[in-house]
Each structure stands twice: as C-alpha cells, then as structure tokens.
Design a protein. Structure first.
Length: 335
C-alpha cells in the first residue's frame, strides 16, 4: 500500500486526493495547501491528515510518495525536496514556466533513482493508448500525420489566464506531449500562429492568444498539427486523428451517453460532450495513478517522465518564438 500525500487542494488536487483515497493499492497519507481551509475541507471529506507545511510532508515517515498539484511556481522546488527526501513524486504540468528553472531542476535531480513523473494524463487515455498501440502494430502502415484538436468549453477566469504563462505553456503543452507520444520521434521544427478572437482585450493585456495552430515536423518529415481554442460553445473538444500510408485511426470525443437519436425533423442527435478535463479524462487520471504506483514500487517504468515534461516545454518555447518572430523555429535553437 503506497502512502501518498497531496500538495495543493485546488480542483485538480481534490480530484487526485479522492482518486488516491479510493485506490486499492494506495492510501491518502495527508494533504497540504497554503490556504489552510482548503486543506482542512479535503482532509475532513476524505478522513485524511492535514499537514501544516510542505516541509512536514517531505519529512513525514508515514509518507511514501508525493503528488504535487500546487501552483506552478512551487513545482520545481517541491520536486527537488521530494527527491532529496527519497520520495517518488508525481507533478502536475508544467514543471515550471521557465525552461531555465526546469534545466536547473534536471541538474539538481540528476543521477537519482527516485521516480519523477509529470502529469501528462492524456497519454493514459484508453482511446489514445489504443490508437498508439495500433500504430506500433503497423495497422495503418507508416505514420504520416497526427492531428490533435483540443478546445476548452470556455475561457478560464481572468486571474488564471494572467498567471498561466500563456496558452502554449499552459494548454498546448498537453498537446505537445501527446504529439511526441504519437509521433514516436523528436520534433525538429515548430511553426505556430496565434490569434485573439475570443477575448481580444484580455489577450492583448496578457500578451497571449486564445486561438492557435501549431505544426510540428520531425527529421523524417512526419507532421503533427495542433489546433487549440479557449472556447468551444459545444463543449470540451478532444480528438486525435492518426493518418498513415495504410489507413487512419481516430480517438474520439467522450459524451455523457453513447445514444444517438434519429427522429422526425432531425438525425444524428448526440448527448453533450463531457464537461471538462476531470470528467473527460477520468479513466486517464486513474490509469496515471496506477502507473505511478507501479513505478514507485519498482514493477514498471514511468510512462511520463521529467524529460517528457522538459521536452514539451521546449516545444512551447519554440511555438512562442515562432509566433513572435513569424517564422519556423528549430527546436535546437531552444534547448
């Protein structure tokens, strides 16, 4: 039974804490949040301990591993502290908004055998994994293109957007990782465009974009095209298409039910899309915890590593430079 403590009791931290508490091979060792009432609420609802500080978590003998769901600015520090304490760590993305800080964290934790996992949950989505397995089995021949559609159901609060680090580091970073996962080789060039179509005033104030398209190209010429929007009025749009020399694979959206209605005056009426990331990727988050436990116990390798987090941030930085300079950027220019 792996005893896992959760740092951060916001929306995703609460979800992780509940998943751990319900897991047959894990126990919720406790929770901590800089906002004590949030931690108290989660601890009380799940019958867990509330820690008074992050330092108490890292020093607690009854904590075997740590899940970091706190603010991004704390991630690298907490990763280093967890590794120093010999506790396997699962950290939500991104590792940091600064690639320089991520590189430093890599150096500070180099040589360790303590597992460091980054929370790229989309790798664990059953549909996405089945599609990747089909690629690897040669079912569509040689892979030529990956097309990722990722659109949020609505704009996040202004305060979140302002502190997010921008759409490429905050939102598209999941898609950068998923593209690498599907392509099976590293990206050499990045071409990105960004527009301010949903909330132009907010985006201008933040020097950010709400609507972006990114094209990634590998040395072999394989392409990944990512389309993002901060607002899709019809729901949380999450699709992946894989096109190859021998066919195509599609990992589709998830809906509240699989019923399709065909009635007088209309056909093909489907249930709404799943509300947002916690609902859409519920199975993926559970599988992510499974892999983390396996890695912490030494029975399986991590499926999403620190290096995956670093490389995804390199792609984000390349996309930011591509938009700013209006050109294709080689990843070798970044990291």
């Amino acid at each position: 039974m792996l005893r896992i403590a959760v740092l951060g009791c916001g929306r995703i931290g609460r979800m992780h804490a509940a998943n751990i508490a319900a897991h047959p091979r894990a126990a919720l060792a406790g929770v901590y949040d800089i906002h004590a009432p949030a931690a108290e609420e989660v601890a009380a609802s799940l019958g867990a301990r509330r820690f008074d500080s992050a330092e108490d978590v890292f020093g607690a003998a009854e904590v075997d591993a740590v899940l970091i769901a706190s603010s991004t600015a704390t991630h690298a520090d907490f990763i280093e502290a967890s590794v120093a304490a010999g506790k396997p760590v699962l950290c939500e993305k991104p590792i940091d908004l600064s690639l320089e800080r991520v590189q430093l964290c890599a150096r500070n934790t180099s040589g360790t055998d303590v597992p460091i996992m980054v929370g790229f949950c989309r790798r664990f989505d059953p549909g996405h994994r089945a599609a990747r397995a089909a690629i690897q089995a040669g079912e569509i021949g040689d892979l030529h293109q990956v097309i990722i559609t990722s659109r949020d159901p609505g704009m996040a609060p202004d305060a979140y957007i302002e502190a997010s680090g921008g759409i490429f580091r905050d939102m598209t970073i999941h898609d950068f990782d998923l593209a690498r996962y599907m392509l099976g080789e590293e990206v050499e060039t990045v071409t990105a465009t960004g527009s301010r179509l949903v909330d132009p005033a907010l985006m201008a104030r933040c020097d950010d974009y709400d609507t972006v398209v990114v094209t990634l190209t590998t040395k072999a010429g394989r392409q990944a095209v990512i389309t993002n929007s901060r607002r899709a009025v019809y729901g949380y749009d999450q699709r992946v298409e894989l096109f190859g020399s021998g066919g195509m694979l599609i990992s589709e959206n998830h809906r509240e039910t699989l019923v399709t209605k065909h009635i007088a005056g209309a056909t093909g009426i489907s249930a709404p899309l799943k509300d947002f990331f916690i609902e859409r990727y519920q199975d993926a988050f559970a599988a992510e915890i499974d892999n983390f436990i396996d890695a912490a116990e030494g029975s399986a390798p991590l499926d999403a590593t620190f290096e995956d987090g670093r490389r995804a941030l390199i792609l984000a930085e390349a996309a930011i430079r591509s938009v700013a300079e209006g050109r294709t950027v080689a990843t070798s220019e970044i990291g």
